[in-house]
Design a protein around this ligand. Sequence first.
Ligand SMILES: NC(=O)c1ccc[n+]([C@@H]2O[C@H](COP(=O)([O-])OP(=O)(O)OC[C@H]3O[C@@H](n4cnc5c(N)ncnc54)[C@H](O)[C@@H]3O)[C@@H](O)[C@H]2O)c1
Length: 325
Amino acid sequence: MKKTRILVIGAGGQIGSELTPALRRVYGSEHVVASDIKPDICEQVLNEGPFEILDCMDEHRLIEVIIKYKITRVYHLVALLSAVGEHKPLMAWNINVGSLMNVLEIARELHLSVFIPSSIGAFGPSTPKKNTPQDTLMRPTTIYGITKVCGEMLGDYYFKKYGVDARGLRYPGIISNVTQPGGGTTDYAVEIFYKALEEGRYTCYLKEDTYLDMMYMPDAVRAAIEVMEADPDKLVHRNAYNVSAMSFSPRELKAEIQKHIPDFQMVCKPDPAKQAIADSWPDYMDDRAARQEWGWKHEYDLSKMTDDMLKTLKKRQRHHKEISS
Ligand SMILES: NC(=O)c1ccc[n+]([C@@H]2O[C@H](COP(=O)([O-])OP(=O)(O)OC[C@H]3O[C@@H](n4cnc5c(N)ncnc54)[C@H](O)[C@@H]3O)[C@@H](O)[C@H]2O)c1
């Protein structure tokens, strides 16, 4: 059997900086090549295995790297995210769809498998908000969402027409503590932890009763690995699976943080643009298809995630204080 050799595109981002080390633990450091358009990314990703500067809009360079390392699987993580995309819609379309087309065309020619992350942003205001079905109305109102629906359909198209093994997940907002989020609508759920520890207060850009689906990074990383390793005969919904772990509002997250930091205060000053995006997304998805077809199971709920985020960030704060004193 051919050995799995992986290229991670966008390895310096919020997900890539934690997915790449996890992939290296599973497949071996030398078999997982990290790449990003920018060189100044997380040291662990740079130091623990091969790294290439790569602009995924440049298909010739993409082919060069894929051939150089005999790549068999691509994790394509590049996208302009929801809030940033609304300021640069044309760029979001060109990057999100253009780079995916480059990857899928090369996958077709060189017989690669491809991981394509979709998002809760692929849904829109006409989608059922509670227990959002796997197969449902998808009419997103952001350019990000439009590119994500397009990505899901391109994945299906390349699978059906050319047999490209493209698989994907509809990720909720991802909460993590290694690399800062890149400009999504759910970023508040990360910022709040830093502010709680640094300042004891946080100003939230969403209304306090805005429910959104969220997931802690260790679950997001494991889902990305497991779906690509799943038995292909069992996959009905390849592109892309609803995957859920927890759904909460800013008020509930504040209350959970207050169990650890009783004096923590939060005020809400909704940003109309971000609030409108959040209001168009589901409260929580029905992820039974992922659970049935490839055994998806989340590990972190709100309380376990909050506990781990605060412990990890406190430990890092102490470490920084020790080095600087
Ligand atoms: N983070 C989330 O909450 C979340 C939720 C749902 C879906 N997703 C999806 O997961 C994927 C990864 O998200 P993320 O949060 O890690 O994004 P991110 O913005 O944090 O990281 C993207 C990375 O891509 C790199 N990049 C940008 N343009 C590039 C180019 N032309 N060539 C090569 N690299 C380039 C950036 O430098 C960055 O390191 C995206 O497709 C996103 O839509 C993320």
